[in-house]
Design a protein. Structure first.
Length: 487
């Protein structure tokens, strides 16, 4: 999330919800092994002991990374996902990066909240041991059909009240664990983030680690359509138009601490974990069973403005809901340029991907986590506190609300002059991403020659930088940037 530009939080959340429902399941046939990949050959998350967060059970004091690339490579690009995104979101991009940058690995962060996810049926589905219908029934079908007795169990909010402490301090401390592990390889470390992940990048770079900024550990920063505003911003719940004050931050903490309030971000009225469950099952079905008639279209669960007038397949419904040309404005956070639109052939209309920036199957792979064991591209439980805390990062400029929220990103004028920075603006963050990056550099005396600034906000949707292929403006500038870092 980028705070310089006014973006509706409801729009961001509804985007994920719509992703979730567009292709809920196909017929009961198992997909071929070749379409899924053998689970034995899958990537998997490496979990590391991490920061002991207040009141948190020790089993959740961990942070994960999904490592892509040769283990002998000493340089590491660490990528922080955005709001409600998981580590698998970056996998297609990461594989492409390491194929073109010898000596580099990519580590995609899997935040601690994902330890709460029940990935069991998704793992079976990815291995070809469960059908699309079984996948849907386990996670969602039981909500309508009481005869389904083998199903997912929700986690009562009262048992995870400790997650109300999982704000920016926890995210940064966990990231510190990841950066420390990457530094031990002996090469260069670059930290990048997409959307809200860009705010986490700035928070980490400007964090006060015993008098030294986090950027001292880094050789470069990468902002992917997300950054921190140079000044404190209003919280998503409204008010404080002139910026977030200490008093307002205190009120927000008190409101979140109320026993009846969930620790998790609610997606347009859809409570956790259901937006993530819809997303994981929907993208998986669109990828693995693309040509089956969309049960989502006929379910009555979808908003009318994303339901085509003609009968469509899983992949047709998925594309119609998320393609820039047909997706409604409030879903801009979920969109990509996926092609021409619905195919003209019926009676079940598929998807015409001609002219796509982001191939639709690549897009679905980012969210389904196909080829990844025990993780997907979504985050079923996203801490409300982390969203709130991004408002006070403020490009590392000291402000009163930081002490209230325990956000120690106060060294925005102390970044090393040698730091290289790459910022890419797409539709959601807009040119403000580049403005914030220049201000961050200027206030620390970083030469403008160390910055790579690319503005594609008129041509790239929010998810195109990670998804576009084979012509990708973000990637085209990233490869030489990493080579420059390696020097």
């Amino acid at each position: 999330m980028f705070r310089l530009r006014k973006v509706s939080t409801r729009g961001l959340l509804a985007g994920t919800a719509a992703l979730s429902l567009v292709a809920v399941c196909g017929p009961a046939s198992l997909a071929s092994a070749s379409s899924r990949g053998a689970i034995a050959d899958s990537l998997s998350v490496t979990w590391m002991p991490s920061y002991a967060a207040p009141d948190t059970p020790a089993r959740y004091d961990k942070v994960g990374v999904l490592k892509v690339g040769p283990s002998a490579a000493k340089n590491v690009l660490v990528l922080e996902p955005g709001t409600s995104a998981g580590s698998a979101y970056f996998v297609p991009l990461a594989k492409w990066i390491v194929s073109k940058t010898p000596g580099w690995q990519v580590w995609s962060v899997e935040r601690r909240e994902n330890l709460l996810e029940d990935q069991s049926e998704l793992n079976l589905f990815k291995a070809g041991k469960a059908t699309a219908t079984q996948l849907f029934d386990y996670y969602l079908g039981y909500l309508k059909d009481p005869t389904i007795t083998h199903h997912f169990q929700t986690i009562p909010n009262t048992t995870v009240a400790f997650a109300k402490n999982w704000g920016m301090n926890v995210a940064v401390q966990d990231l510190h664990t990841v950066i420390g592990a990457a530094k031990k390889l002996g090469g260069k470390v670059v930290l990048g983030g997409h959307s809200l992940g860009g705010s986490v990048v700035t928070a980490y770079a400007t964090w006060d680690f015993n008098g030294r900024p986090g950027a001292d550990q880094l050789s470069g920063l990468v902002y992917i359509d997300g950054a921190s505003s140079p000044t404190p911003q209003p919280l998503s719940s409204g008010a404080a138009p002139a910026g977030l004050t200490a008093a307002r931050a205190t009120q927000e903490l008190q409101a979140l601490d109320a026993p009846s309030v969930s620790p998790w971000l609610s997606f347009g009225g859809i409570t956790a974990p259901f937006a993530g469950l819809f997303e994981a099952t929907g993208s998986s079905a669109a990828l693995v069973d693309p040509n089956a008639p969309s049960l989502g279209q006929a379910s009555g669960l979808l908003p009318a403005d994303i339901v085509p007038a003609v009968r469509v397949s899983n992949i047709g419904q998925y594309g119609y809901a998320l393609n820039v040309a047909t997706s409604p404005p409030e879903l801009e956070a979920a969109q990509a340029h996926l092609g021409e639109g619905l195919s003209s052939n019926g009676p079940i209309h598929g998807w015409n991907g001609a002219t796509a920036l982001t191939p639709i199957k690549r897009f679905a792979a980012m969210f389904s986590g196909l080829g990844v064991d025990n993780a997907d591209g979504t985050e079923w439980y996203f801490p409300q506190r982390l969203t709130d805390d991004t408002a006070v990062v403020a490009d590392g400029n000291v402000n009163p609300a930081q002490s209230v929220l325990d956000v120690q990103s106060t060294m925005g004028h102390d970044l090393p002059h040698s730091l290289l920075i790459y910022a890419f603006a797409a539709h959601l963050g807009g040119p403000g991403v580049l403005t914030a990056t220049k201000i961050l550099a200027q206030q620390s005396g970083i030469p403008m020659g160390h910055l790579t600034l690319v503005d594609e906000h008129n041509t790239y949707a929010h998810n195109d930088p990670a998804g576009a292929y084979p012509d990708n403006a973000f990637f085209r500038h990233l490869v030489p940037f990493l080579k420059k870092v390696d020097g």
